[in-house]
Ligand binder design. Structure first.
Ligand code: 5RP
Length: 224
């Protein structure tokens, strides 16, 4: 197993300690979450009784493969715990998410949880958000005009592509990756973006995180 996968597995094992019998879980997306899902699946096989709501089609597929029982928001309004990855984490636990393009469903799931745990390796810790391009989900129709409005805030916004075609989210929309380099005021930026017609959601996850579990070379640390 590679060094990075090893860190992710250890983080996943730590995160599972917060999962209790009977919980309804929000299941985040990404490569760190792969290991959380794998661990959860093993616990379920050993008798752990939980249900999960997946935050992406990919996570839904993996959860099914690992035998994790799933539910949805037509049956459950509130989640006990959400576990999810991140692309950047600042000292105030503000996040950039959406590297995998699942930010909208992730935010809906993570915000519905009574407790939100972020799982990441130490490369995701930053002093200031913004080196990682901020993903925002935008409506496909007229995305070119939305991009112009977004760029008026001082970034270069690139339409995300996959195999030479626009990347399409699970909600059938597009992603703009916004290169700000430094985000001085995440709340202000989030509010400005959200007030723009055509913008559906931003990858800024603010005032949501309770705990960050960080995988380092030698150890796993829990930041509260
Ligand atoms: C997907 C996300 C992921 O949580 C984020 O990209 C982290 O992924 P990884 O654990 O693979 O680094 O926001 O939209």
């Amino acid at each position: 197993m590679g060094n990075s996968s090893n860190k992710k597995r250890k983080v996943a094992q730590k995160a599972i300690e917060y999962v209790k019998d009977g919980m309804v879980l929000g299941l985040g997306s990404g490569s760190t979450m792969y290991w959380v899902l794998e661990e959860l699946g093993q616990r379920v096989q050993s008798g752990l009784n939980i249900q999960g709501i997946p935050s992406s089609v990919k996570t839904q597929k993996l959860a099914k493969e690992f035998g994790i029982p799933l539910t949805d928001f037509s049956h459950v309004q509130e989640l006990d715990l959400a576990i999810d990855g991140a692309d950047e984490i600042d000292p105030e636990f503000r996040l950039i998410k959406g590297g995998g393009g699942s930010l909208l469903r992730e935010k809906i799931v993570d915000v519905a949880a009574n407790k939100f745990i972020v799982v990441a390796d130490d490369t995701k810790l930053v002093n200031q958000l913004g080196s990682y391009p901020l993903p925002i989900e935008v409506v496909r129709f007229g995305w070119e005009t939305t991009k112009d409005r977004v760029e008026s805030l001082g970034c270069k916004a690139l339409l995300r592509e996959e195999n030479g075609e626009p990347f399409v989210t699970n909600n059938h929309q597009y992603i703009l990756d916004c290169h700000f380099n430094q985000i001085e005021k995440p709340h202000t930026l989030h509010n400005q973006l959200k007030s723009m017609v055509g913008v559906i959601e931003t990858g800024l996850f603010l005032d949501m995180v309770d705990l960050v579990i960080v995988g380092r070379e030698q150890e796993v640390t829990v930041l509260e």
